[in-house]
Every structure is written in structure tokens, then in C-alpha cells.
Design a protein around this ligand. Structure first.
Ligand SMILES: *[C@@H]1O[C@H](CO)[C@@H](O)[C@H](O)[C@H]1NC(C)=O
Ligand SMILES: *[C@@H]1O[C@H](CO)[C@@H](O)[C@H](O)[C@H]1NC(C)=O
Ligand SMILES: *[C@@H]1O[C@H](CO)[C@@H](O)[C@H](O)[C@H]1NC(C)=O
Ligand SMILES: *[C@@H]1O[C@H](CO)[C@@H](O)[C@H](O)[C@H]1NC(C)=O
Ligand SMILES: *[C@@H]1O[C@H](CO)[C@@H](O)[C@H](O)[C@H]1NC(C)=O
Ligand SMILES: *[C@@H]1O[C@H](CO)[C@@H](O)[C@H](O)[C@H]1NC(C)=O
Ligand SMILES: *[C@@H]1O[C@H](CO)[C@@H](O)[C@H](O)[C@H]1NC(C)=O
Ligand SMILES: *[C@@H]1O[C@H](CO)[C@@H](O)[C@H](O)[C@H]1NC(C)=O
Ligand SMILES: *[C@@H]1O[C@H](CO)[C@@H](O)[C@H](O)[C@H]1NC(C)=O
Ligand SMILES: *[C@@H]1O[C@H](CO)[C@@H](O)[C@H](O)[C@H]1NC(C)=O
Ligand SMILES: *[C@@H]1O[C@H](CO)[C@@H](O)[C@H](O)[C@H]1NC(C)=O
Ligand SMILES: *[C@@H]1O[C@H](CO)[C@@H](O)[C@H](O)[C@H]1NC(C)=O
Length: 712
């Protein structure tokens, strides 16, 4: 089944919310994260429309609230139309449709493409249902196109032309276009198809995928696809906390909407490999979305990874931030690298079955880690600077002539280091040369080069900072760009970012060394100081739940052998920031990044990308079963002593929230802090025993085996 067409019923005032709970699909609440953002900012940007997993077509109702990046906002505002393509973070309309009674002359939002490139999309709308039970007929119809600078002009065509084929080229902020159609009936059956190739392909996609206009068949097939995806993590719903269950399945749903499967819709090259788009951005999704796919969806993940590799095959670089088949902007590092490195770690031995060329994958990693594109703001990295200094110097003029946005020097250094660690990991798994393993491993330690041991903030010493080419540090306050920054700094991608960190503070980014936490702990002054520093980071308000660099920090205590503190912190973060209301996501869902994060928190897991370990904590359901279709396995995770009263932001003393023992198929796990990835998907039973004795838990720690860390 392809993903380029859909059949929708359009009913005035129909709720899209799933009906009575009888299966996993019906446990999904589509409206979580559809509130409008405060102060014109970003709400959850959840997309509540109709879609199948990784669909190209995501049909949804759009309203006139601004901003409304995923089209719909749950604020009772007016409906402006229906559009066919939405991704979590942005509304990407292929064309609007104003239906029946809603016909009125309304201005529509301009097309919004992330980046400066224009794209062309084609849509095909078909109201010509042969089904005799559907007595709709078009009364009037027409298409319109207008510029924001001029008044909207609408031409209503008098003919009864039921097949409108309306191609157009959009630009970031000019053309507004749509179709206005009125019907003799309040219930309308319509078939839509889209294509990035041609209007004819948009129509043939619709004709092939929805050949017989059978609503029940299309709806049933879509529901089965979701049931298949959602049942890869099974809980006995009636036995568990209903709030947690709703959060879990709504999260699993949102984490499988993007990227979009555009196989057959690549306007640039012919290829036998899959083509996916809406890698938006790899910076957002490498931390949680891809690791979740690695556990539950190896086949889909392999197609996505293969598409990343094919991007390199045809452009020389691993794609980073794409939407509408165009490059957006690189946020920091090239974060397709950790995705590919993670795949090598987890599935290299299955590469043939999964049809991913590991030779090409490795070359894609090496090229992206080594070469510098002419404009590293759109793809790739500033490797000229990175290989020369092993950090990204500030105020440095690149003699090679390569250009990019030279800001975010400190956070780019930290990210490039993580990227290179992924290459090292792939090199080890794929039996590459000792020289490669050494080179990329060594470079991955370059984060120490932006560590200024002399900077102090709130009594804590040692922070990541920008650094000049001559080695002198360029100071910015560590709280700059934190949620409690007393000064209004510019913290995004702009040339006016003079802090050195991207959308985050030094307070936060100084923890971002997932591959070498042991080094960071040492640089921060040792175990006790590290614990105090993480505590202080939360207490003072430097944590921002909705921002990716903050995702892993509730789990940081694991690295000093204090999983008991992580267990409490993860509950606190979960229950103070997420809920099942329309405002239930603390910021932009970012292509499912936060959905996948929440799923991990609830399952008591946190991924360490590009490693064979996964952090384990205290699950928020009494048991769950992971299904891995590649391995053909079911792995049941059971929490012995599960305590439902611990499902709160601040569990009372004595709540059984601490991991006491872990067994994998009856054998004691080597650690209380991590599981081997292969055990998690390997089938059988994992038993996590929990208790409520806080001091015993503190003394137990990881039980002698901390999570992996590359040491300087
Ligand atoms: C992606 O689309 C292609 C072409 O339609 C299809 O063959 C493939 O099965 C799809 N992948 C998934 C995971 O559905
Ligand atoms: C929308 O309107 C309904 C009915 O008046 C009301 O109950 C609901 O709170 C409103 N929702 C929002 C987000 O304003
Ligand atoms: C996009 O389209 C607009 C309007 O046609 C044009 O001015 C602009 O140069 C185009 N941008 C690119 C990158 O082609
Ligand atoms: C459609 O029209 C036919 C003929 O007018 C009528 O018999 C039938 O009941 C209508 N069907 C529906 C679903 O309205
Ligand atoms: C319907 O409209 C399209 C585009 O406006 C036109 O190409 C086509 O010839 C029309 N078909 C009929 C039957 O009038
Ligand atoms: C699951 O429930 C939904 C809503 O009740 C229903 O539409 C769907 O067909 C069901 N799916 C399966 C596979 O039973
Ligand atoms: C790497 O070498 C090891 C040991 O020789 C072997 O077991 C493994 O299959 C090799 N891996 C790959 C991807 O070639
Ligand atoms: C830190 O401060 C000491 C004392 O002023 C100085 O000697 C040292 O060079 C500084 N280190 C760095 C990395 O700036
Ligand atoms: C290093 O370069 C910066 C920026 O040009 C300058 O302010 C600083 O004084 C230099 N440091 C040394 C030790 O020359
Ligand atoms: C710090 O914690 C680690 C991990 O538990 C442990 O291996 C190490 O011995 C501790 N260091 C000190 C100085 O206590
Ligand atoms: C946890 O959450 C509660 C309620 O949001 C809050 O009052 C408390 O201070 C938080 N922190 C800890 C460490 O429990
Ligand atoms: C953990 O559980 C296993 C299986 O019941 C048992 O053999 C082992 O002794 C337990 N370990 C601890 C530290 O309690």
C-alpha cells in the first residue's frame, strides 16, 4: 500500500477522536498537543488528522489561528479548509479545499517551507464517486490563486466539472491557492492524491490506492496498519493506569507519523532504494525517535536509514534537515550520523535481510565526517575547522572558502564530537581499520577543547564555552539562553547568536556528552558535585522539558551509579510536563521527538544512541511486551512489586519506585542501570524487581556496572 492518496469523509463537526477503547488504536488521543502556543509561540503542534504510519498524505482540518503549524488548533476557531500534507512541525499544504457550506472568501496562510528553496507539489481531488449510495453532486466549483499583497480573487466556474487537477508552484511566502466547491449534500465522499512528480501521478496514486471508493475498506486497512505499529508495545490496558496507557499509545502513534515514505516520489534521481522525506530535523529526532524505531520497527527503520544513505549516494552527504524534498537548515552537527551509527551497532548483521548496504553506510559516515560542503549550513559540517582544531573556533575565517552560519560554535563542537563517536562505533562493528577507530574515537573527545575550567556559575565550576582559534576562551554567561536567562540573548540560528549555543544554555549543553559522561563527571568535580549540579540544574530552572538538549538529563544520575535518583526525577519530569490534555506536550512535538521521549520515560528505558546498551529505570506500567518482527520475538518486561501509587510527580516515601534486581530469562542482568539492546528485543522475559527503600537503593547503585563511557 502506498501512501500518497486517501479517502475521506468530510462531515460538518465530526470529531476525529478515536472511539470506544477496544484495541490499541482506540487508545490513541489525537488531540494531545493541539493547544495554541502561549504568546504566539509553539504549542505541541500535534497533527490530529487522518494518516497511516509514515504517510505522505496527512489530511487535516486547518483553522485560522496563527501560528497553527500542524494545521489544526483545538481552540474553537474557524475552519479555513482541509489540506493534504502536514508534518508535525510545519503545515505543508499541497492545496486547500474549502468544502460545501464553508464556501466564503477567506485569505489562506502562505506556504511555509523551512529553508529558502521552492518546491512543487501536485494534488488531485476526485469527487466523482461511482457509489450510488452517495448522491453528492457539485453545485459550483472553482479554483483560485492569489498573492498576499493583492486581494483574494475567486473565480467560480459554472460548469459541473468534478475533476479538478490543479498544479502549482509554491514559494515560501507568495502563492495562496485553493479550490472552492459546493455540494448539494452535507456529506461528501472525496478521494485525494498527491505527488511531487506530476499531476498525472497524483491522480494515478489516488486511483491505484483507492481504487474502489470503499470507505470501510480504506478505513479498516488504515486502522490495521496502526494496530500493527501500536501492538509492537503491548500492555494489558485494563490492568494499568488509564492515564499512562493513553499517554503511551498516543506517543507511540505520534512517533510513527514522520518521516514520510515518499518512495516513488523522488523528483531528483532514479533509485532502487526507498525515498523518505521530512527528516525534520535529524537534530530533533536522533535522540529518541530513531532509537524507538530501532526497538519496535526494524523494517521501517531500515528503509529510513537506507534513504539517508541514498541521500549521501547522490549528494555526497548524509541528509540532515529536509522537508518537502528540500534541505532546510543544519541546526548543529550532522545528526543523521548518529542515526546511521546506531543502525550499524544494532543491525549490521541483519543488513542483508534489511537491504541496507553497510559498505555504503560506512562510506556515508566517513565522507560526512571528513569532507566540507561549499555551504555547510544546508547539509554536512564545517569539517575544515573541526579537523584543524578539534573544536569549532569562534571568529575564524575559513581559508577554504566554504561558508555556513558560523554561530553556535560551542554546541557544534559538542555535537560534532557525538557525531564522530557514532563513526567510531560503526567502524568497530563493521571491522574497519584500527586507524579509523582511533581517528574518530579521538576526535569524539574534542568536546574537552571547549571546556573552560575557570568559569563558575551558581557555585559550580567548569562549563563549555566558545573558544578563539588562538586558544583563548570567549566568555558568555552559562545561564545565557536558559529559561531563566536574565538578559534577552538571541539563541537560535541567527547571525546574532553571540552565545555559542543553539537553543540552549551552557548550563544545559555542558551535560551533552552522552558517549563520555565519565569525563564530564570528572571535569565537573566528581560524583558528588555532579549529583549536586544535576539537582541544581532542575531546582534552579535551567531544565526545559520541551527542548531536545534537555531530554537525557533526568537520566544523568545513572552515570554516577544513582539510578534511584533518575527514577524519581523521571517521574517528576513526566508528571509535571506531560498530560492527556490539548496542552499535554511541553512545547513542539518536533516530528515525534517528544512523543518518543515520553514513551521511553513511561517504559522505564532511555536510549544511548549508537551503543548496544539501553539505560533501564523504573517503568510506569506493571508489564509490557515488545514485539520485534525482524527477530520474530516477544520480550515481556514485568515489574515485580509494581506500585501504582508511584505514578505521580513526587512519589511518597516508601513508594516502590527503585530497581532492586533485574533478570533476563532467569539470569541476573550484569547491571541495574542498563540492558543489552539485544536482550530487550531478544525474546523471553525480563523481570525488574522494585522496592521502596531509598537508602538501600542508593547503596546498591548500578550494582557494579555503570553504563558505558569512553574515557579520555
Ligand atoms: C514505502 O513505500 C513503498 C512504495 O510505495 C512501499 O513499497 C514500502 O512498503 C513502504 N514502506 C513502508 C514501511 O510502508
Ligand atoms: C470550545 O467550545 C466548547 C463548547 O463551548 C468548550 O467546552 C471548550 O472549552 C472550548 N475549547 C476551547 C479550547 O476553548
Ligand atoms: C522561489 O520562488 C520565488 C517566487 O517565484 C523566487 O523569487 C525565488 O527566487 C525562488 N527561490 C529559489 C531558491 O528558487
Ligand atoms: C440516492 O438517490 C436515490 C435516487 O434519488 C435514492 O433512491 C437514494 O435513497 C439516495 N441515497 C441516499 C443515501 O441518499
Ligand atoms: C475540468 O477542468 C479542467 C481544469 O480546469 C479542464 O482541464 C478539464 O477539461 C475540465 N473538464 C471538463 C469535463 O470540463
Ligand atoms: C480498533 O478500534 C477502532 C475504533 O473503535 C476501529 O475503528 C478499528 O477498526 C479497530 N481496529 C481493529 C484492528 O480492530
Ligand atoms: C567482524 O568480525 C567479527 C570477528 O571476526 C565477525 O564475527 C563479524 O561477523 C564481522 N562483522 C562484520 C559486519 O563483518
Ligand atoms: C584559568 O585561570 C588560571 C588562573 O588565572 C590561568 O592560569 C589559566 O590559564 C586559566 N585556564 C584557562 C583554560 O583559561
Ligand atoms: C586570542 O584572540 C582573541 C580574539 O582575537 C583576542 O581577544 C585574545 O586576546 C587573543 N589571545 C591571545 C592570548 O592572544
Ligand atoms: C564515582 O562513581 C563511579 C560510578 O559509580 C565509580 O565507579 C567511582 O568509583 C566513583 N568515584 C569516586 C571517586 O567515588
Ligand atoms: C516534583 O514535582 C512537584 C510537583 O510538580 C514539585 O513540587 C517538586 O518540587 C518536584 N521536584 C522534586 C525533586 O520532586
Ligand atoms: C536477583 O534475582 C535472581 C533471580 O531471582 C536471584 O538469583 C539473585 O540472587 C537476585 N539478586 C539479588 C542481588 O537480589
Amino acid at each position: 500500500m502506498r501512501h500518497h492518496a486517501t479517502l475521506v469523509f468530510v462531515l460538518a463537526a465530526t470529531s476525529l477522536k478515536a472511539q470506544a477503547a477496544t484495541n490499541f488504536t482506540s487508545l490513541v488521543n489525537l488531540f494531545i498537543g493541539t493547544a495554541s502556543g502561549a504568546n504566539g509561540g509553539s504549542g505541541g503542534n500535534g497533527f490530529p488528522g487522518a494518516a497511516i504510519p509514515h504517510a505522505m498524505v496527512k489530511v487535516g482540518i486547518d483553522v485560522d489561528t496563527a501560528p497553527r503549524q500542524a494545521g489544526y488548533i483545538s481552540d474553537n476557531s474557524s475552519i479555513t479548509g482541509i489540506s493534504l500534507m502536514h508534518d508535525e512541525d510545519l503545515s505543508r499544504e499541497a492545496a486547500y479545499l474549502l468544502i460545501g457550506r464553508l464556501v466564503k472568501s477567506k485569505r489562506l496562510e502562505p506556504f511555509f517551507s523551512y529553508g529558502t528553496d521552492n518546491y512543487t507539489a501536485h494534488a488531485c481531488y476526485d469527487f466523482n464517486s461511482p457509489a450510488s449510495q452517495n448522491n453528492q453532486s457539485i453545485v459550483t466549483s472553482g479554483t483560485f490563486q492569489s498573492n498576499p499583497s493583492s486581494s483574494t480573487s475567486i473565480t467560480i466556474l459554472p460548469s459541473n466539472n468534478a475533476s479538478l487537477s490543479f498544479p502549482f508552484s509554491s514559494s515560501p511566502a507568495s502563492t495562496q491557492a485553493g479550490a472552492l466547491i459546493s455540494f448539494n449534500s452535507p456529506v461528501v465522499l472525496a478521494r485525494f492524491g498527491v505527488s511531487f512528480i506530476s499531476p498525472a501521478q497524483a491522480c494515478s496514486n489516488a486511483e491505484e490506492e483507492v481504487s474502489d471508493w470503499d470507505w470501510n475498506k480504506v478505513q479498516g486497512a488504515s486502522a490495521s496498519k496502526w494496530e500493527d505499529v501500536l501492538s509492537r508495545v503491548m500492555v494489558d490496558a485494563p490492568k494499568e493506569d488509564p492515564n499512562v496507557v493513553e499517554l503511551l499509545y498516543s506517543s507511540l502513534y505520534r512517533a510513527s507519523l514522520v518521516p514520510a515514505n515518499l518512495t516513488g516520489e523522488n523528483p531528483y534521481w532514479e533509485s532502487p532504494y526507498p525515498f523518505y522525506d521530512a527528516f525534520f530535523c535529524s537534530w530533533d529526532v536522533f535522540r529518541t525517535v530513531h532509537p524507538l524505531l530501532s526497538i519496535t520497527s526494524p523494517f521501517e527503520w531500515a528503509e529510513i536509514v537506507s534513504a539517508y544513505v541514498d541521500g549521501w549516494r547522490h549528494t555526497g552527504y548524509i541528509p540532515e534537515c529536509r522537508a518537502n524534498t528540500k534541505n532546510g537548515y543544519v541546526q548543529g552537527g550532522s545528526d543523521g550520523m548518529p542515526i546511521l551509527g546506531d543502525f550499524a551497532q544494532k543491525y549490521a548483521k541483519d543488513a542483508e535481510t534489511l537491504a541496507v548496504s553497510m559498505g555504503d553506510l560506512y562510506q556515508a559516515l566517513v565522507d560526512t565526517a571528513t569532507n566540507t560542503p561549499p555551504d555547510w549550513y544546508r547539509v554536512g559540517r564545517q569539517n575544515t575547522a573541526w579537523t584543524m582544531f578539534n573544536y569549532i573556533p569562534t571568529a575564524w575565517v575559513d581559508p577554504s572558502g566554504a561558508t555556513g552560519l558560523p554561530t553556535r560554535e560551542a554546541s557544534r563542537t559538542l555535537e560534532y564530537a557525538v557525531n564522530d563517536f557514532a563513526v567510531r562505533q560503526a567502524a568497530i562493528t563493521l571491522n574497519k581499520s584500527v586507524e579509523d577507530i582511533y581517528t574518530f574515537g579521538n576526535r569524539s573527545m574534542g568536546f574537552v577543547n571547549v571546556w573552560d575550567p575557570n568559569v563558575t556559575s551558581d557555585g559550580f565550576t567548569g562549563f563549555a564555552q566558545r573558544r578563539f582559534a588562538n586558544g583563548t576562551f570567549a566568555f558568555s554567561p552559562p545561564d545565557a539562553c536558559s529559561p531563566i536567562d536574565p538578559v534577552g540573548h538571541s539563541c537560535a540560528r541567527g547571525t546574532d547568536n553571540n552565545v555559542g549555543f543553539y537553543e540552549s544554555s551552557s548550563w544545559e549543553y555542558s551535560f551533552f556528552v552522552p558517549h563520555s559522561m565519565a569525563t564530564i563527571i570528572r571535569l565537573m568535580g566528581g560524583n558528588d558535585t555532579f549529583i549536586q549540579r544535576v539537582d541544581h540544574y532542575f531546582f534552579k530552572g535551567y531544565f526545559l522539558a520541551g527542548n531536545e538538549p534537555s531530554f537525557a538529563i533526568p537520566w544523568a544520575y545513572h552515570y554516577v551509579s544513582r539510578p534511584d535518583l533518575s527514577a524519581l526525577r523521571v517521574r517528576n519530569v513526566t508528571f509535571t510536563n506531560f498530560n492527556t490534555g490539548i496542552g499535554g506536550i511541553p512545547g513542539n512535538d518536533d516530528s515525534g521527538a517528544m512523543a518518543a521521549l515520553l514513551a521511553f520515560h513511561l517504559l522505564g528505558l532511555y536510549p544511548t544512541p549508537f551503543s548496544s546498551q539501553i539505560l533501564v529505570g523504573s517503568p510506569m506500567v506493571s508489564s509490557y511486551t515488545i514485539r520485534n518482527q525482524l527477530r520474530g520475538t516477544r520480550t515481556k518486561v514485568t515489574v515485580e512489586g509494581f506500585d501504582r501509587s508511584s505514578l505521580v510527580a513526587k512519589p511518597r516515601n516508601g513508594s516502590r519506585v527503585f530497581v532492586k534486581n533485574i533478570t533476563v530469562n532467569g539470569h541476573q542482568n550484569p547491571s541495574l542501570c542498563w540492558l543489552a539492546f539485544e536482550d530487550l528485543i531478544g525474546g523471553g522475559e525480563i523481570v525488574i524487581q522494585v522496592d521502596g527503600d531509598a537508602s538501600a537503593a542508593a547503596a546498591r547503585g548500578c550494582g557494579g556496572n555503570e553504563p558505558m563511557s569512553l574515557e579520555a
